[in-house]
Design a protein. Structure first.
Length: 273
């Protein structure tokens, strides 16, 4: 059941905070953000989630349903990666523009998880759903598995694996379209120059490969891959990686291919709820 928290924290006396904002709590970036002058945060709660928003915008008008959606995303991610439910809530901050997001985090991203704590920030606007599954998976894995030190492809692949796909098409269908069009990056290229590849190809290719690993060995195989840091020149999937990559490509050749409308992607984002 969702309840809206106003300024009166149950554990805090009335004089401890102004009557128009959520009282600071938690630690790290979450507490720092709730303490920022000029931001009158309100909070909606759902199971496992504190969803913080500012009055007067899209998020304020839809706070209960957004909190429910975030809670559903958390349950999905925990089940997918076979992770234990966190003892503390995941702290999510919703703002109305990239400029506000940059003011809080230093980065103008539409979504951003904070390494080492269960905190994430989202720019939330109409017709562009917040990528809750993607960023919550980032927050969970960075907190529970640690930061993947060698490359970004696996972290983003795992997060997009959690997202599931784009515009109603699953990751494998989109990756199959890349394969058909001769645009599926080899995994060595994906790992070696991930930030040079456009986000759709990079994220979805990584997610499809992660999903293939998971189908073969479950979430523990994905965690094992996370814990391995290949030396330069070694295959990104570890020992036997070339054979695994070949089998993954053979699998994709059997999947009906899909293309993503890039104009729609730019306007409405990617995550499939």
């Amino acid at each position: 059941m969702i309840r809206i928290l106003l300024a009166l924290g149950l554990a805090l006396p009335l004089a401890a905070c102004a009557p128009d904002r959520t009282p600071p709590h938690g630690a790290g970036m979450a507490r720092q953000t709730l303490s920022r002058d000029g931001f009158a945060w309100r909070t909606a709660e759902a199971e496992g989630i504190h969803l913080h928003y500012l009055p007067g915008g899209y998020a304020a008008e839809h706070a209960p349903e957004l909190a429910r959606a975030a809670s559903a995303a958390l349950r999905h991610d925990l089940a997918l990666a076979q992770l234990p439910a966190p003892a503390e809530p995941v702290e999510l901050f919703l703002v109305g523009s990239r400029e506000q997001g940059k003011q809080l985090t230093g980065q103008p991203f539409m979504g951003q998880a904070i390494p080492g704590e269960l905190t994430a920030f989202f720019v939330t606007v109409p017709d562009k759903p917040a990528a809750f599954r993607h960023e919550i998976m980032h927050a969970l894995t960075l907190k529970l598995w640690g930061q993947h030190r060698t490359t970004s492809w696996l972290a983003e692949g795992v997060a997009q694996w959690a997202a599931g796909g784009c515009h109603g098409r699953i990751n494998d269908e989109i990756a199959s379209g890349f394969l058909r069009d001769g645009q599926l990056p080899p995994l060595a290229d994906l790992a070696g120059r991930f930030r040079e590849i456009d986000e759709l190809h990079g994220y979805v290719t990584g997610a499809s490969a992660v999903g293939f690993v998971a189908r073969g060995g479950g979430a523990p195989a994905v965690r094992a891959l996370w814990d391995v840091h290949p030396a330069p020149g070694e295959h990104p999937l570890g020992p036997g990686g070339a054979e695994k990559e070949a089998a993954w490509r053979q699998h994709l050749a059997t999947v009906p291919p899909a293309r993503i409308d890039m104009d729609r992607l730019r306007q409405h984002g990617c995550e499939t709820p």
